[in-house]
Design a protein around this ligand. Sequence first.
Ligand code: NDP
Length: 252
Amino acid sequence: MGRLENKVAVVTGASSGMGEAIAKLFASEGASVVAMARRKERLDDLIKEIEAGGGKATAVAGDVTIEEDVQNSIKTAVDEYGKLDIVISNAGLLDQMTPVADVTDDLWDAVFDVNVKGPMRFFRAAIPLMEEAGGGTFVTVSSLGGIKCGIAGSTYIASKHAVLGLAKSVAYMYADKNIRSNVIAPGAVMTEMGQTSDTSERGMERAQLTMACMPRMGEASEIAQLALFLASDESSLVNGAVVTADAGWGAG
Ligand code: NDP
């Protein structure tokens, strides 16, 4: 019996990196997965792979900044699989390591729209359903940069702090409704994120100073294992927690 048998999960940012790893692991543990992101072809490949392994998954091509797409993801879970137990808010956007003196309003708004307002839209849409069903659980992917350090662009760091506060407010506000909300704070993880050369010179220079004390890069599959624990009933007493997954980088 899988650790998520009979559960229905929506995973955002499932077209690559951690979201893709989470979708695959959850399906292999018995969950029915709604995989959401903008790149449809990537999602279609993911669904094929999950189905070939005997799992259940449906793709929703959509953008977490568009309310209708968020609603559609939740509706797909209910229409296809009858309910919604788990939401993994993982989709995220970097800010090219931009220091605050160079931040434009457009950059700030775009990053907050994905990293903070995206999860808020999912909380807002899913909580009434979970309340009615008697419970549910959320896992939000913040960052080590959301709890203690400022090693990235100013907007990204601010957004990852903000989403952590949002997730904690959900944890407390709905604890009496059997709804849990926990946060993963990854250190550096090997994914497509950050594989761009379009970064601020100053931002990169400052960030690189801290690399010497990073024990190692993480793998997306390691984040997926943590998401699995936090999404499953095994973590029934864990609510409002922020769990770092950084090989000890933040302890340095
Ligand atoms: P990836 O770039 O591999 O994945 C990001 C995912 O987010 C993609 O699937 C992308 O899909 C999706 N996404 C981006 N914008 C939107 C949007 N507007 N609507 C829907 N989906 C969107 O990076 P990671 O797997 O590394 O990132 C996952 C999370 O982990 C992010 O929140 C990131 O901030 C966080 N994180 C990453 C770290 C790292 O070192 N990699 C460290 C700490 C935190 P598509 O383009 O198809 O829409």
